[in-house]
Design a protein around this ligand. Structure first.
Ligand SMILES: C[S@@+](CC[C@H](N)C(=O)[O-])C[C@H]1O[C@@H](n2cnc3c(N)ncnc32)[C@H](O)[C@@H]1O
Length: 229
């Protein structure tokens, strides 16, 4: 939904740069289907190929859901240890990280890996703090660059979290990219507190665009609470 919004703001296809990309599956939002369960009913966006998984999300609040996937003209990811989706051992290891009872998640992961294996995204080995500016320089001029990450900044030491936030804030201020952050509420508190206070008994991720909290999200994408009024 947020990528469609960024694209609508410029009218140009997106260039996605994912930091902490692992196998790069979040670089493929245009290759999956979506099913949003809203208070008003179910909204579907069919996958572009029948074998691709449909990602389901329970939505609270008046989210303006997109009617088509964003156009993506270029994509690349950075990871300290990129995972090659063509490597059977690496893929088997990734599957073991899904908790045993979560059959549905495992099926979804297998479906997404199948999509990625047909056309793997480009992944660069490196540290997001140092490799990101150079990768952004490679984005073709006629595209809208978006840096995104999900469940990554928690792995940085606190001073490096701040360095990353400073890096991203500077890039956004210079117009070098848009920034979609999806991290635990306590990981980047400066972003979290741009939204309403998170109730103390609520464990949630916060999705922020260009530093502003826009939604509370489930860590695995199962739900989204819209924060815009
Ligand atoms: C929990 S995984 C999230 C993967 C992916 N974003 C997703 O949601 O499926 C965190 C990833 O961040 C990567 N990572 C951690 N610190 C990093 C750093 N300093 N630079 C680049 N990648 C890093 C790890 O190698 C790992 O692949």
């Amino acid at each position: 939904r947020f990528l469609a919004e960024v694209q609508a703001s410029t009218g140009r296809p997106l260039a996605l740069v994912e930091v902490g990309a692992s196998a790069g599956l979040c670089l493929l939002p245009d290759r999956f289907g979506y099913r949003w369960r809203t208070g008003d009913g179910v909204v579907d966006l069919a996958p572009p190929e029948p074998a691709a998984p449909t990602l389901e999300c329970r939505v609270t609040g008046p989210v303006p859901l997109p009617s088509r996937a964003p156009g993506i003209g270029w994509r690349a990811g950075i990871d300290l240890a990129p995972l090659d989706v063509r490597d059977d051992d690496a893929v088997a290891w990734l599957e073991t990280l899904v908790w045993p009872e979560q059959e549905q998640r495992r099926d979804r992961l297998r479906g997404a890996l199948g999509v990625a294996r047909r056309q793997p995204p480009r992944l660069v080995r490196g540290d997001l703090l140092t490799a990101l500016p150079a990768l952004l320089e490679e984005v073709p001029d006629d595209l809208t660059p978006v840096v995104l990450h999900s469940a990554v900044v928690a792995y940085l030491e606190p001073p490096d979290r701040q360095r990353f936030r400073t890096l991203m804030t500077g890039l956004v201020r210079r117009g070098a990219c848009s920034w979609v952050s999806n991290e635990g509420a306590e990981v980047l508190p400066e972003l979290t507190t741009t939204g309403p206070p998170v109730p103390p008994d609520r464990s949630t991720f916060v999705l922020a665009v260009d530093g502003r909290a826009r939604a509370w999200t489930h860590p695995h994408g199962a739900s989204m609470t819209w924060l815009d009024r």
